[in-house]
Ligand binder design. Structure first.
Ligand code: FE2
Ligand code: FE2
Length: 288
């Protein structure tokens, strides 16, 4: 499905908006929280709020299961890594002079910051891959089903999730089982048994599942699960193994959030390095 220019621009703007909002909520420790965060009269906040509202209302357990059925067989598309990178980049909004970064640059800034700190190559590659699941948007998925904070479904929504008040209009919040603290899960059952709200994290995890070390897979799968990273809202579902691996997720998140460099990375110059790195871990053709 081909999106119109306007649809591409909307999708792009929503992604930027959500990512900026995450940064406002979780500023780099050395920076002060932006003062406008609590300014609810700001019209820009209305768009943010509307986005979370849709996300919170429509991400039901049944919705998630239907998206898992639709996408996780990975029969949608076959692409080389660079095809996927370029496909995602069709989201670039070239009419907007404010656009600071295209998608490839965000991926490269993240991965280059990881590389500069001397981390292992699978970690660098994970940084480069982490947002490729956003191609969901280009299949025509609504933005609230591509980006946004992720959270478990099939159990009670934590009030630590941003704008959690909007869950009151989500049918699961009055469902006999799904509104229970444990819901369909058992205590400390482990996140692998938990269904997360649908978005780019779960999708890219499945695409890469057979190729990266588990630490990298956790980074891909849980990088937008802020209510756990920052608020520890779902310890009751996590097991010891999850906690251990979340140390890596936390490590990764610093790079995802705070790696915007003053000079954009040189995509052309870096491409051979990343193609090489990819060939070490990934098949030539990836199934999406
Ligand atoms: Fe992401
Ligand atoms: Fe990202």
């Amino acid at each position: 499905m081909d999106l119109s220019k306007e649809e591409l621009k909307n999708a792009h703007d929503t992604m930027e908006m959500w990512e900026e909002d995450v940064l406002t909520r979780y500023p780099e420790p050395k920076e002060k929280a932006k003062e406008d965060f609590r300014n609810y009269d700001d019209p820009a906040r209305d768009t943010v709020r509307e986005f979370y509202k849709m996300n919170h209302i429509y991400q039901t357990y049944d919705f998630v299961r239907s998206k898992e059925d639709q996408y996780l067989s990975l029969t949608k598309k076959e692409m080389t890594l660079w095809d996927a990178v370029e496909f995602l980049n069709t989201l670039v909004d070239d009419s907007d002079p404010d656009t600071d970064l295209d998608q490839t640059q965000h991926l490269l800034q993240t991965s280059e910051a990881i590389r500069a700190d001397g981390h292992p190559d699978w970690f660098v590659l994970t940084g480069f891959l982490h947002d490729l699941g956003k191609v969901l948007c280009l299949y025509g998925e609504p933005q609230w089903a591509v980006v946004g904070d992720t959270f478990p479904v099939g159990c009670k929504h934590s009030d630590k999730i941003v704008y959690s008040e909007y869950f009151s209009d989500n049918p699961d919040s009055t469902h006999e089982i799904y509104s229970d603290k444990m819901g369909i899960y058992s205590e400390n059952c482990g996140l692998d048994n938990v269904h997360m709200s649908w978005g780019h994290d779960e999708y890219i995890y499945h695409i890469m599942k057979d190729y990266l070390p588990e630490e990298g897979l956790y980074m891909l799968r849980y990088h937008s699960f802020y209510s756990q990273h920052r608020e520890k809202a779902y310890d009751h579902l996590m097991n010891k193994h999850d906690h251990k691996l979340f140390e890596w997720v936390d490590k990764f998140n610093q790079y995802d959030l705070y790696s915007k460099a003053a000079t954009p990375p040189d995509v052309k110059a870096l491409r051979p390095y990343y193609e090489d790195l990819a060939s070490k871990f990934l098949p030539d053709i990836l199934k999406f």
